[in-house]
Write a protein that binds this ligand. Structure first.
Ligand SMILES: [Zn+2]
Length: 228
C-alpha cells in the first residue's frame, strides 16, 4: 500500500483530486484553470484505489527538485513543455538536464506517457544541438532509473559514441577512461551494447525516437506530432 511520507516537507504536494489548484502559482503562471491529474495512472490508482490519499485528497510525489516538479506541472497543465532555451544549457543544468530529470521522475511515477513524451523531446533536442549526453547526466540517469530504462539505453549508446568519436578537447580520454573504470552499470551496458552490435554508425539522437518509446515497434506513434 502506498504510504504517506514521514516528512511531507521533503515531498512535493500536488493538487487535490476533487478540486484542482486553479489558483496555484503554477496554474496562474501558465494561465490554465483546470488539470486532469488522472491522465497519470499513478494518481488514478492512488485516488481510486482505496488508499489513504483518497480520503485525504492529497498525494505526495518523489522529491526530485522544484525544477523537475515545475516541468511536470507544465506538462500536466499544458500537455506539452514550452520550447527549450538552449542558451541555458550546461553539462550539469539547463533544459536538457532538466528533461533528463523529468524522464527519471516519470519512471518513478510509472507514467509511460510522460516518459515517451519526454524522450521525444530529448531525442529532438540532442539531435538539433549535436550534443551527446554529458557524463554528469549519465551518472544521474544511472542513479535514478531502473536497469530496463530506455533512457539508460539512450545514455549508454551516447556514451559509446563518446568513446569512439569523442573530441579530445570536449571528452578527454583520461576522463572517459576513468568514468568507465569507476562506473559499474554504465560500463556494463556500454560493453553489452557493443558486443551485441546494437551501436550503429550514428549517435542515438539520429535514431527514430520510437526506438526509445514503450509502444510496440511499428505501431502508430502517439508522439509523431511532437517530433522536431
Ligand atoms: Zn513512438
Amino acid at each position: 500500500m502506498a504510504e504517506t511520507p514521514e516528512n511531507p516537507k521533503e515531498q512535493n504536494a500536488v493538487a487535490s483530486a476533487s478540486r484542482p489548484k486553479s489558483t496555484s502559482e503554477f496554474g496562474d503562471e501558465l494561465s490554465i484553470k483546470m488539470v486532469d491529474i488522472f491522465r497519470v495512472p499513478y494518481f488514478e490508482k492512488m485516488f481510486n484505489g482505496g488508499f489513504k490519499e483518497a480520503n485525504d485528497l492529497k498525494a505526495y510525489l518523489p522529491d526530485d527538485g522544484i525544477g523537475t516538479f515545475h516541468l511536470f506541472l507544465e506538462w500536466l497543465y499544458r500537455g506539452a513543455l514550452r520550447p527549450a532555451d538552449m542558451a541555458k544549457h550546461t553539462t550539469t543544468s539547463g533544459p536538457l538536464f532538466n528533461r533528463v530529470k523529468l524522464y527519471c521522475f516519470a519512471e518513478k511515477i510509472c507514467s509511460t506517457e510522460l516518459m515517451d513524451y519526454t524522450m521525444t523531446e530529448l531525442v529532438a533536442l540532442y539531435r538539433k544541438n549535436y550534443k551527446l549526453v554529458s557524463i554528469p547526466a549519465v551518472e544521474w540517469i544511472y542513479e535514478s532509473t531502473s536497469p530496463e530504462s530506455l533512457l539508460r539505453k539512450f545514455a549508454a549508446l551516447s556514451y559509446i559514441r563518446v568513446v569512439s568519436k569523442g573530441v579530445e578537447e570536449k571528452w578527454p580520454m583520461s576522463l572517459v577512461a576513468e568514468t568507465l573504470r569507476s562506473s559499474g552499470e554504465p560500463a556494463r551496458d556500454v560493453l553489452q551494447l557493443m558486443r551485441s552490435g546494437e551501436t550503429g554508425s550514428e549517435p542515438p539522437s539520429m535514431l527514430d525516437p520510437c526506438h526509445f518509446h514503450h509502444h510496440k515497434q511499428g505501431a502508430d506513434c502517439p508522439y509523431y506530432e511532437d517530433r522536431a
